[in-house]
Design a protein. Structure first.
Ligand code: PEP
Length: 252
């Protein structure tokens, strides 16, 4: 197993208000109490930008880590309405940033922008969760491997520090649909992603996560797939009980 640490990364998307910190307090309490296993995994939560600063402050010395869901692709400051740079995210002590989520690709993020986002985030000492994934048509037409390889090669550069990059494989057809890949297909796909990553980064390859409709009921199906280094969890991360049960059931 290349990477022993498992990641459970919650992507809240457009969810959360100040009082939603109660959800994170419960998750944090669970991780703290999970003394037998909690050295084996990291929990990262990415709330919306409005909550990043206060949550990062609240959990700075705790078990869960706070990240952001997206960032602007260049500059630290600038005349860009609504934009938030990696520098600004780091300045409020968030530690991770998601880049290349299919939601943002659909809104116009190009490979060139994503490469700049990754580079700028790494320069600002953020760890990057870089998302890739095929859509339904790519899958139907057996284009999955081609699409994933292109997404990886067009953005990840061998000069980047691979230790600070995590790749999240998120098939678009699986996000929010309740559909998950067949275990054999997932095994082959993650193996392929790792092969491409090894080719880009000769020395140490980034960890590879799976994301798409993961919940406490289906997580057991992923436990035996050792090549998966963790999970990016959307809908189910908004419930402390579901998120905690995902961790518990993964290690059952
Ligand atoms: C996501 O949007 O990154 C995601 C994985 O969502 P869900 O778990 O809800 O499918």
């Amino acid at each position: 197993m290349a990477n022993n640490i498992r990641y459970f990364i919650g992507n809240w998307k457009m969810f959360g208000e100040p009082k939603s910190i109660a959800i994170l307090n419960k998750i944090n309490k669970f991780v703290k109490s999970d003394k037998k296993l909690n050295k084996k995994y990291k929990v990262v939560i990415t709330p919306p930008h409005t909550l990043v600063q206060s949550y990062a402050k609240a959990f700075s010395k705790q078990k869960i880590i706070i990240g952001a869901q997206n960032c602007y692709h260049k500059d630290n400051f600038g005349a860009n309405t609504g934009a938030i740079s990696p520098y600004m995210i780091k300045s409020v002590n968030a530690q991770y940033v998601i880049v290349g989520h299919s939601d943002n690709r659909a809104e116009g993020d190009t490979d060139e922008m994503l490469k700049n986002k990754v580079e700028n985030s790494l320069t600002n000492k953020l760890k990057v969760v870089f998302c890739i994934g095929e859509n339904k048509d790519h899958k139907k037409n057996n284009k999955t491997f081609n699409v994933l390889e292109k997404q990886l090669r067009n953005v990840l550069d061998k000069k980047f520090n691979s230790k600070d990059i995590i790749v999240a494989y998120e098939p678009i057809w699986s996000i929010g649909t309740g559909q998950i890949p067949q275990p054999d297909d997932l095994h082959e796909t993650v193996k392929y992603i790792k092969k491409v990553l090894k080719n880009i980064f000769a020395k140490q390859s980034p960890a590879v996560l799976y994301g798409g409709s993961v919940d406490s009921k289906n997580i057991g199906q992923f436990s035996s797939l050792n090549e998966i280094d963790g999970f990016l969890i959307g809908g189910a991360s908004k419930s402390d009980q579901n998120f905690i049960d995902i961790i518990k059931n993964y290690y059952k």
